[in-house]
Ligand binder design. Sequence first.
Ligand code: C2O
Ligand code: CU
Ligand code: CU
Length: 442
Amino acid sequence: MSTSETASLPPSYPHLLTRERLPDGVTLFTLEARPATLSVGDQETRVLTYNGTLPGPLLLLEEGERVRIVLRNALPDATNLHLHGLPIPPAVDDPHRVVAPGAETSYEFTVPEGSAGTYWYHPHLHGSVTRQLFEGLSGPLLVRGPLERSGPLAAAWEHVLVLSDLSIDNGRVADHTEMDWGRGKEGSLLLVNGQVRPTLTVRTGLVRLRLINASTARYHQLALPGRALHVIGQDGAFLEAPVAMESLLLVPGERADVLVTAEEAGTLQLLSLPYARTPAGPSPREPVALLTLQVEGAPTRADLPTTLRPVERLDERSAVATRTLTFTGAMNPIRFMVNGRTYEHHRTDLTVKADTLEVWELRNPSPMDHPFHLHVFPFQVLTRDGVPAPFPAWRDVINLRAGETVRIAVPFREHTGDVMLHCHIVEHEDRGMMANVRVTRD
Ligand code: C2O
Ligand code: CU
Ligand code: CU
């Protein structure tokens, strides 16, 4: 990779995963899932890692590049790998794959043009996702494109921030109780790149934060008091232009690409503000400081980019089908459903046609929020409870507030095969809130 790319990379966690250029032009990355004992918030804790670190190493890919990611399983249990958000063939990113202990598998694909953005990777073996993710298995993935090669973004001081949480019990990651499967477990330790309230030192100028919510269930309403969050990207895509926000909701699975103008030296706090994702949950907490941003250096100007990448407007009148998906839960035992059914491996729940546009009405009549996620095919929000989306954006995760109905437009393009939709509170996913979608061309 060129030196300009390395210059803007994080100097500390997450580590950049070594890339190996093979003679056939393919770039090889190797991930090994394995247990490790690491210091987490000052306690020696048995966690699950990729390559021994929490979070896993940063996979840095380029648009158009041909890559092979090898996953070795050195865990005592089966696992697999999901490249969350990447619009690659479903046969490659196939969560039905099972990688037995001691086995390995590889994922080979060309990084799609136009896919520059923020992604992440994590296991996706139905029934084990929650515990493997909660115990530490996740890592960041970035795709770089033309906007990073020159201009304001190339000069920004960039950091990847993976947000997660866990609770420790006697040197191990605490177990889930039955209630945790219902509410979605929130760990008592809030981690940023595996550390409790770290300090990040940056130089004056434009600071670019790639935020990834890798929690199983915890929501973050993020704010940086004294500074606006200039959102330039959400999930795996750029917005058309920066959108200034005072605070930003980041739900499990969701990513945000944010610019902060830090023209003078000083100290900023990244806060997680109270957010009630279930009315029955604990009364709102106080704001929690996640990270201290220490800005050093001489005063300088920090100019925001004015335009990023165009976002195509989807015309819902050209949709070939409108469907309703309803997300609900039930007790005894605690389980979750899409259209009244808990997940089944071999059942195709929806069949759609490649190269068509569909409108989906996502209904959440339940008393808690559910973050909806669809694999491989990015979508756009049309309306929330009838109110049009404020600006066009490609998404792969969207929060459904308790009681809310969100309409989305989903273009099924190019790829055929089987993909999944599910709630990204992974406790709910493992307890059934997932469905199989078959994309066909006949
Ligand atoms: Cu983050 Cu189905 O996944
Ligand atoms: Cu995904
Ligand atoms: Cu849910």
